[in-house]
Structure formats: C-alpha cells, structure tokens
Design a protein around this ligand. Sequence first.
Ligand code: C2E
Ligand code: CA
Ligand code: CA
Ligand code: CA
Length: 273
Amino acid sequence: AKAAGRGTLIVFEQGMDMVVQDQHALEIDLRRALQRGEFELHYQPFINIASGLVCGFEALVRWRHPQQGLIPPDRFIPLAEETGIIVPLGAWVLERACADAVTWPVEMRLAVNLSPVQLRHCGIVETVGGALRASGLLATRLELEVTETVMLAGADSRKSLQAIGAMGVSIVLDDFGTGYASLSYLAEMPFSKIKIDRGFVADLPTHHTSRAIVSAITNLASALHMEITAEGVETEEQLMILKAAGCTHAQGYYFARPRPIGDIEMPRQAKKV
Ligand code: C2E
Ligand code: CA
Ligand code: CA
Ligand code: CA
C-alpha cells in the first residue's frame, strides 16, 4: 500500500512538473510572439436587428504561431493574464484595433475586450487615451467590453472604468448571465450596453427558461437605458426569438464569422447584411 502510495505521488509530481514546464515554455513563447508580431486581430460585425445594418466590429485576438498555426485566444489569454503579459498584449490590441478602425466609415464602432488584469493595472486609463490619440479615433466610436468580474474587483478598477467612461468611451458588460454580478451593480457602473452570453442564445429554441432569462435581461436593460446585444447567434430561429424578446443588437456566425481585416468588405456606409 505504501509503495502504491509512493508510486502515485511520483506520477503526480512528474505530472505537475510537466505542466509547470509547459507553462514556462509557453510564457517565453508568448513574450517572443509579441516582440515578433505574431498576434493578429480578426473582426466580427455586430448588427442592429431592426435595421439589419452593421453597427461596428469586435476585435478578437489570435496567435499566428509559426509551427502550430492559428491559436484561438482561449488557449493563451488565461496564461497571458496569469503572467501579466496581457498588459503589453492588451495595449497592442488596443493600438492595432484603433488604427484599423480609424480607416472605417465613421458610423462604424469598434469593440475591444479588456481583461480584468489590464483594468487592475495602473496605466490602463493612459493606455486607452494613448491608443485613441495615436490613431485619431474618436473616443465615442470605441466600446470596451468587460466581464462581470470587474464589478467584484477593487475600487481602483472601478475608478479606472469611470475615468475611461468619462473620456467618452462606451463600457459594455460582456458575457452577462455567466458571472456572479449583483443586479445593483448594473446601475452603479457606467455600462451603456449589455451582451447576453451565447450560452443562453444557444438554448433559446429548446429551453423556455433561457427565453425567460433573455426577456428579463432585455426588460432590465431597456429600463436602465442600455442597449442589449445577443452574441453567438447562429440561426434565424434564434434571431427571431431574440427580436421578439426585445433584443436590439446581435452578433454571431449567422451574420459573419470573425475575419482578418483584409478579408472584410467594408461598406462605404453602413449597409444591410
Ligand atoms: P468573447 O468576448 O465572448 O467573444 C466572443 C467569442 O464567441 C469569440 O471567440 C467569437 O469568435 C465567438 N463567436 C462569435 N459568434 C459565434 C457564434 O455564432 N457561435 C459560436 N459558437 N461562437 C461565436 P474567440 O474569438 O475565440 O474569443 C474567445 C474569448 O477570448 C473572447 O470571448 C474574449 O473573452 C477573449 N478575447 C478575445 N480577444 C481578446 C482580446 O483582445 N483581449 C482579451 N482580454 N480577451 C480577448
Ligand atoms: Ca467580447
Ligand atoms: Ca462575450
Ligand atoms: Ca466569452
């Protein structure tokens, strides 16, 4: 029994060792990738449901790895957050995205995701202001998407968010319904838009509870004068249910997948999709 216990321990230690080594190698890779310019942004449009017009695009980061090909953000953002690399990576995303968006028609907005780790960093207000100044993008064209965790974050993060909002940038509450946010925070924070998590959207046609939740969120958002976007819309059926529930904006594969900037046919003026 003792031997078996020891054996188990050794296997466990070796397993841990491997994980640690992997993470360390990835961390070095991440830093080098940023220096070598291996990250790129893909853009996915969001649409006004009533008019069918494209309102803007969300920037989504990818890692063009020389050996492994295109790596999705879920595979490196968590480590970038743990190691703090998200701070310079996030700054690059902001600068790149603002520089791209300034070439679009003026009615097109830009949405950029902001990690809670970036928001905790003391330079975040200056990073956002700097990206706007360097690109010449109007602050009112920029939306920053944060998740519910920012509402549990400290007073400093909330102050930064208020300061960014005061510059004219819109703050969007992303992945709504997945976290632990208390509804009272909604009124406290300067959110101008809520994004319903795609988990609810996927369940819409089959789950009556999801419909009830989406209706409730939509009612709440309109009472608080916030726009409401449904993400992960893949079918016309989902879109029709969302529209009936009073959802104003939508985003998802039904309209378009995220694409590199060069592959997007940018309308001269907002146009129907
Ligand atoms: P998110 O902000 O919730 O972004 C939406 C995700 O849903 C994107 O995945 C998008 O490609 C995907 N998506 C869009 N439409 C559909 C659909 O119809 N069906 C399905 N199944 N998926 C859809 P992606 O690009 O892999 O990004 C994953 C997450 O990584 C993002 O979730 C965001 O939390 C994070 N992320 C991406 N870019 C950045 C960034 O620049 N900075 C930070 N901090 N996080 C980022
Ligand atoms: Ca987002
Ligand atoms: Ca989301
Ligand atoms: Ca998400």
